[in-house]
Design a protein around this ligand. Structure first.
Ligand code: ADP
Length: 560
């Protein structure tokens, strides 16, 4: 339902730009409300995760370094001890003693208390087996090592530890061989690979980690826990030619490599980053989910809160605009009122003189010789017209003076229902003549209002009069009084044609009239508007649901 207090300025463009302003502000507030808690949350999460990863890397690097060092020392010690004990025996016993059946057996037993070696062989200068103790006696008895590389090397340098190889027996193994001081025969032991492998198997490299030994060609000397059969092409850089302990760091793994066995072998320890940090990654993923959930929650709550806040701001803005319009209109009316009152005051005196002079001329005409006056009747008719028009003009100027009339000092306790009844009584006869029914819905419990009853009656009379004019013949006016929120209301609903949208906006403007020339001046409602404002109230107009106009006068119960 549209209500009009006055002309409402402002184009649709203005309304649209305000709507987009509210939408922009809403988006901005929601963004700020989300970002303010979310940015520190994300920052904390990122810092914690970064710090944890960094400290894990540092700790794991230290652990891998010490593990690689300790394993290298153990393995080097193991190989040295095998070489040393063989060399000791080669110095202690001669070829004849070792060739005597049973002696090599005794030596094997003495050396192999911990099951470190698999077999022991005595090989003469020409590369043939002189004596052998071990499980491969049948396979090896006719073998000649004169052409074998290891044989050449041991004969040359006196000591030799081989890489892992399958050899004649077809099983991966490695050997330790030494010569006697005169280099005329060789004592050779095959190392128990399982025992040797066990030296690495216990290395703690975490889930998904690996520990193995490579020779210079990158061939695996011990089995890989991950089942590798050769070093992957991309990891050739792990071969530690320099021999110093080095830490490599790839996207997915951390490697510690160190040279051993006089840098002939490289020990590789690998920790898999993804597998080792799996728990951490899961926890981080959970954190991210929690943050995403929190963000959604904040988004929902902030959108709701900001929307309701913006709606309140919008409502307050709209109220402010309406108030602003009303103030502007009141100021306009006050200005027009002052001008109208001044003009009315100035015009009143000349009108008075014109009227008086016309009356005086009429009297003078009576004193003239009537027989000599040819057009006496026309003169009299003209004077009568002048006086009638002067009277009409005076009525308008007197009404215009109503704009500026002060209501101070004239206020008295007034019973509004009685004032309404009295106003109706002035127009009852006219209502009967035009077959207009006047219905009353008056609240008997209305309190008395301290107001200027004369001016208020002028307002009520003007509204009722207009309703009669709008209805013409056959219709009804319903007058109701009520009280709500400390405001007293008198409402006139008529069965007339109502007002167009355009007319609704202008109805309180001075000199707005739809009545035919001479019947309306268009100042009744504008004066009524000024009067009600001065009395501290408000006058509104709208079209009724069933047609016709509804004028409502609101007045404060307590004096303003
Ligand atoms: P006037 O009655 O001299 O025209 P008003 O200021 O009292 O001046 O009224 C201004 C105009 O408002 C009227 O000419 C009429 O068009 C319109 N108006 C006032 N009351 C009604 C009504 N009840 N129904 C329809 N139009 C109305």
């Amino acid at each position: 339902m549209k209500m009009y207090f006055a002309t409402i300025p402002g184009s649709a463009l203005k309304v649209r730009s305000r709507e987009s302003y509210y939408a922009r502000q809403t988006r901005l507030f929601v963004l700020v409300v989300i970002l303010v808690p979310l940015i520190p949350l994300l920052f904390i999460s990122w810092t914690a995760s970064h710090f944890y990863q960094k400290s894990w890397m540092a700790k794991t690097t230290i652990e891998l370094t010490s593990l690689a060092n300790s394993r290298r020392e153990i393995i080097d010690l193991f190989l040295d001890s095998q070489e040393n004990s063989l060399a000791g025996y080669a110095e202690l016993y001669d070829l004849a003693w070792l060739s005597t059946p049973g002696n090599l057996e005794k030596l094997f037993q003495a050396m192999n208390r911990q099951g470190v070696i698999v077999d022991l062989g005595l090989i003469t200068k020409d590369g043939s087996h002189r004596n052998y103790v071990g499980p491969f006696a049948e396979d090896l008895k006719d073998k000649n090592y004169a052409e074998a590389r290891w044989f050449a090397e041991v004969m040359q340098s006196g000591r030799y530890t081989s890489d892992v190889f399958s050899g004649y027996r077809g099983v991966p193994h490695f050997i330790v061989a030494v010569t006697d001081p005169t280099r005329s025969w060789v004592l050779r032991a095959t190392i128990n690979s399982e025992l040797f492998n066990a030296l690495l198997a216990s290395a703690e490299v975490g889930p998904g980690g690996d520990a193995f030994i490579l020779n210079r060609q990158g061939e695996l000397q011990t089995p890989s826990r991950l089942g590798l059969t050769a070093l992957p092409a991309g990891e050739k850089g792990l071969l530690n030619a320099g021999g110093d302990l080095t830490i490599h760091h790839s996207q997915s793994a951390l490697y510690a490599t160190t040279g051993m066995k006089n840098n002939a072998w490289t020990l590789v320890l690998k920790t898999d980053i993804a597998t080792s940090l799996a728990d951490f990654y899961r926890a981080r993923q959970r954190d991210h989910l929690i943050i995403a959930g929190a963000a959604l929650l904040i988004l929902a709550v902030s959108t709701f809160l900001v929307r309701s806040m913006m709606n309140k701001v919008k409502g307050a803005d709209q109220q402010r605009m309406v108030l602003y319009d009303r103030i502007r209109y009141s100021e306009k009316m006050a200005l027009i009122g002052r001008m109208a009152a001044n003009v009315a005051h100035e015009i009143n005196n000349p009108l008075q003189i014109i009227g008086d002079q016309a009356g005086w001329l009429d009297e003078l005409l009576n004193e003239e010789d009537q027989d000599r006056l040819k057009n006496s009747e026309e003169y009299r008719a003209a004077f009568a017209k002048i006086r009638a028009q002067v009277k009409r003009a005076s009525t308008i100027t007197h009404r215009l003076l109503g704009f500026s009339r002060s209501s101070d000092g004239l206020k008295s306790p007034t019973n509004i229902n009685s004032l309404v009844e009295e106003t109706i009584s002035f127009l009852e006869k006219e209502a009967t003549n035009h077959r207009i029914a006047i219905r009353r819905i008056l609240d008997p419990s209305l309190p008395e209002v301290t107001t200027d009853s004369t001016q208020l009656q002028q307002v009520l009379l003007n509204i009722l009069n207009n309703a009669f004019d709008a209805i013409g013949n056959d219709g009804a006016v319903t007058i109701s009084t009520s009280l709500s929120d400390g405001q007293l209301a008198v409402e006139f609903a008529d069965s007339g044609p109502g007002l167009s949208e355009e007319a609704l906006k202008k109805v309180f403007d001075p000199f707005f009239t739809t009545k035919k020339a001479g019947c309306g001046t268009g100042i009744g409602l504008s004066i009524s508007y000024s009067i009600v404002e001065r009395l501290g109230g408000r006058i509104e107009v709208r079209n009724g649901k069933q047609g016709g106009c509804v004028f409502r006068v609101n007045l404060p119960v307590a004096p303003q």
